[in-house]
Design a protein around this ligand. Structure first.
Ligand code: PMP
Length: 393
């Protein structure tokens, strides 16, 4: 069928990849042994590429809350909140999140991806301008496209470039929305948020921070980079996901703007999709509570992150620019990354392989992540596996 002709290039690339070892798109997690271990394609693996930063996916309290909701409210809501109404859990979770962030308003979406689509398509439109960091996540790019606003990319983490582009907008700066991320998902670096917030204030623009990878990870209370950088009052919208530190699926946006509630009524990705299942809402509420009352989880996470980053750095791997739970080893040649990824699988370590064009600067990455649930011994085994894998390739 002619419609499939455009897939030929992708199919060829996939076949070439599979010839070099295991097909990364066919990795099946057959059995979960713990938040950090699983049987993958028949082999026991240490999971070193999840976003399970606080290790809460198998937390007893979260599971109990989900099971209770499943028994009492059923497997799904079977409709959107606009058409079918909200469950009390949706409303309660929105209140929990608004309270946690100290904001007036929150809306919950079905995923983090949908949160960016839902917010951006409702908030911005033709005539508005969105300035995004070049390394922003695909959901931000897709939300921008859906909005119909003019999109201007600025160089990654380059506040001078952002400032210059805002200045060029003249009067239109009042209709400009700046978007950055708390921790960038591929290299693990933070946005220079204090400087971004200062530029935003100077130009009178709006600022959105996607804290997908920084919720529960940064800040004294785990509120993310906006809290860590002490600029929460300059951040107009925070977007986040339940699929990382909260160990479930779903997304949200919080804001203090009095008009923010209107977003719900103009957001097609909110209106025209089924609302999150009761079990997901219940486990997310329990996980948010654990995140809130157990800052020790963040201490464990950062101890592991430091150990992983420093060990790989000492071994001479080229990493992202700063210590972070996301530790990405960078390679110029994709074959090098593919060979090492396969050798790591042979050593029982599963990491994420990111190949062009998904990685920044046209390179390839082996993206590892530390979690609060890894033991220091597991981090050590991950590092030893890197050393052995490199010696063998
Ligand atoms: N924003 C960022 C920065 C992300 O990294 C991701 C997921 N990797 C998302 C949004 C989407 O989140 P979800 O997987 O919950 O849809």
């Amino acid at each position: 069928m002619a419609l499939f002709d455009k897939f030929r290039q992708i199919a060829d690339a996939r076949e070439a990849l599979a010839r070099l070892g295991e097909d990364p798109f066919r990795a099946t997690i057959e059995r979960i042994l713990s938040p950090t271990e699983a049987i993958v394609n028949g082999r026991p693996m240490i999971l070193a590429g999840t976003n399970n930063y606080l290790g809460l996916t198998l937390d007893t309290q979260c599971i109990e809350a989900a099971v209770r909701a499943l028994r009492e409210e059923g497997t799904g809501t079977t409709g959107s909140r606009m058409a079918n109404g909200s469950y009390s859990g949706h409303v309660a979770l929105e209140k929990d999140l608004a309270d946690f962030f100290g904001r007036r308003w929150c809306v919950v979406f079905s995923t983090g991806y949908v949160a960016n689509l839902g917010l951006l398509s409702a908030l911005t439109g033709p005539g508005d301008v969105i300035l995004i960091d070049a390394d922003c996540h695909a959901s931000i790019y897709d939300g921008c496209r859906m909005s119909g606003a003019e999109v201007i990319r600025f160089r990654h983490n380059d506040v001078g470039d952002l400032d210059k582009r805002l200045r060029r907008l003249g009067e239109r700066r009042a209709n400009a929305l700046i978007i950055v991320e708390g921790i960038y998902s591929t290299l693990g670096d933070r946005a220079p948020l204090a400087e971004v917030a200062a530029v935003k204030q100077e130009h009178g623009a709006c600022l959105l921070v996607d804290e997908a990878h920084s919720l529960g990870v940064l800040g004294e209370r785990g509120r993310g980079l906006s809290e860590e950088s002490d600029v929460e009052s300059s951040v107009d919208f925070i977007v986040g996901t339940f699929s990382k530190s909260l160990g479930a699926t779903g997304g949200f946006c919080v804001s203090d703007h009095p008009e923010a509630e209107l977003i719900r009524y103009g957001s097609r990705p909110y209106i025209f999709t089924a609302s999150p299942c009761p079990a997901v809402i219940a486990s997310t509420r329990a996980a948010l509570n654990r995140l809130r009352i157990e800052p020790e989880l963040r201490v464990l996470l950062w101890n592991n992150a430091r150990q992983l980053y420093r060990s790989l750095q000492e071994m001479g791997f080229r990493l992202g620019p700063e210590v972070s739970p996301i530790v990405a080893a960078r390679f110029e040649q994709r074959e090098e990354a593919i060979g090492l990824w396969n050798a790591l699988l042979d050593q029982g370590v599963y990491v994420n392989m990111i190949l062009p064009p998904a990685a920044p600067d046209g390179g390839s990455l082996l993206r590892c992540s530390a979690t609060a649930a890894h033991t220091p011994d597991q981090i050590d085994r991950i590092c030893k596996a890197f050393a052995t894998a490199r010696a063998l390739t």
